[in-house]
Design a protein around this ligand. Structure first.
Ligand SMILES: NC(=O)c1ccc[n+]([C@@H]2O[C@H](COP(=O)([O-])OP(=O)(O)OC[C@H]3O[C@@H](n4cnc5c(N)ncnc54)[C@H](OP(=O)(O)O)[C@@H]3O)[C@@H](O)[C@H]2O)c1
Length: 306
């Protein structure tokens, strides 16, 4: 390790976002990457291991891993989490990571948020955002001198989320789904740009604010549809589904009908948070890292041939 290099510890490197963060960190000179991977998943990082990336096998679900965690944090400048899961992961496992970072005198912790403005929502409006806000409170209490930085990016602009999970579009049917009047601004950022911004923030020498927001694009619903149409050359039929109050009722109805079928109603909670403007990002800080020119919705649609 050179004198100038920084050790970055990353949990969640086997995931969609985490693998891109690992790559973005490797692309930066002077970063020494150390991955925390659970034993059953180490084969997923075989290629990174071959490239010399350090891999620590650890089960973050277990509470008796302090010694191993202490070792894993040794000499680290930053700990980044791209974990995904329920409260056991997002609150308990991430708390263990933060406490270990604190014990080891790590400068910065970037927990796994990578969401929209979760603080704009009330309790119960999105179950996952509730979990993230709970972790934000836990982190505030447990952080000590660790700089905890929440990265917010809106919704992932990619096929998997904006053009998939969210239920905003049905590209096969060339349809988009509007609740309310569609005039609230919404933020979108690709997984890859999120990873690049995260890698920059991770090793930034300057003190960072507790919330750091980035966005590849900011558009209201009508601009979003126009961006898709212009870049794809396809016209889209907008289905006007009702008011935002109707959307509340629809979510309620679906939850009551199929409480265990999260995929039936959870995406609508995200779409509601965005369409209502409650989840809008504040103080977007793209210019902090001006060499990153994030992909817009139109760029993405054109590049991907959607
Ligand atoms: N803004 C948006 O539109 C949006 C959309 C989706 C996700 N997100 C956020 O992006 C972040 C990453 O999501 P993703 O889609 O990249 O997730 P993902 O692909 O599902 O990856 C999840 C990662 O967490 C690890 N993990 C899960 N449970 C674990 C446990 N009990 N112990 C240790 N590791 C565990 C997985 O490891 P294994 O390989 O061992 O399973 C994997 O590395 C999350 O914060 C998520 O909320 C945001």
């Amino acid at each position: 390790m050179s004198e100038m290099s920084k050790v970055a510890v990353l949990a969640g490197a086997t995931g969609n976002l985490g693998s891109l963060i690992a790559q973005a960190l490797l692309d930066k000179p002077g970063v020494q990457l150390r991955l925390l991977v659970r034993p059953q998943s180490v084969t997923k990082v075989a290629a990174l291991r071959e490239r010399g990336v350090e891999v620590v096998e650890i089960d973050l679900d277990r509470q008796d891993q302090d010694e191993l965690l202490n070792e894993a944090m040794h000499g680290a400048f930053v700990v980044i989490s791209a974990l995904q899961g329920g409260p056991d992961v997002m609150i308990d496992a991430q708390r263990r990571l933060l406490e270990a970072a604190r014990r080891a005198g790590v400068r910065r912790f970037i927990p796994s948020y990578f969401s929209y403005n979760i603080f704009g929502l009330g309790e119960g409006e999105n179950l996952n955002s509730d979990i993230l806000r709970t972790f934000a409170r836990v982190a505030d209490e447990a952080r000590g001198d660790v700089e905890v930085v929440q990265i917010q990016i809106g919704a992932f602009l990619d096929r998997r989320i904006l053009f998939g999970f969210l239920g905003a579009f049905d590209l096969d049917a060339r349809q988009a789904f509007l609740w309310g009047d569609g005039t609230a601004e919404m933020d979108f950022t690709t997984y890859a740009d999120t990873a690049r911004f995260t890698a920059e923030a991770a090793v930034d020498e300057e003190a960072l604010p507790s919330v750091l927001a980035f966005a590849g694009d900011t558009l209201d619903f009508h601009q979003l549809v126009k961006a898709y149409e212009g870049a794809s050359g396809h016209s889209v039929t907008v289905s006007r589904m009702g008011t935002l109050a109707d959307l509340d009722d629809e979510i309620q109805r679906r939850r009551q009908t199929e409480p265990d079928n999260l995929f039936d109603w959870l995406p609508l909670m995200y779409w509601r948070a965005m369409l209502s403007g409650k989840a809008k990002l504040h103080a977007i800080a793209n210019d902090r890292y001006p060499h990153i020119e994030p992909v817009t919705v139109a760029d993405y649609v054109r590049n991907e041939g959607l």
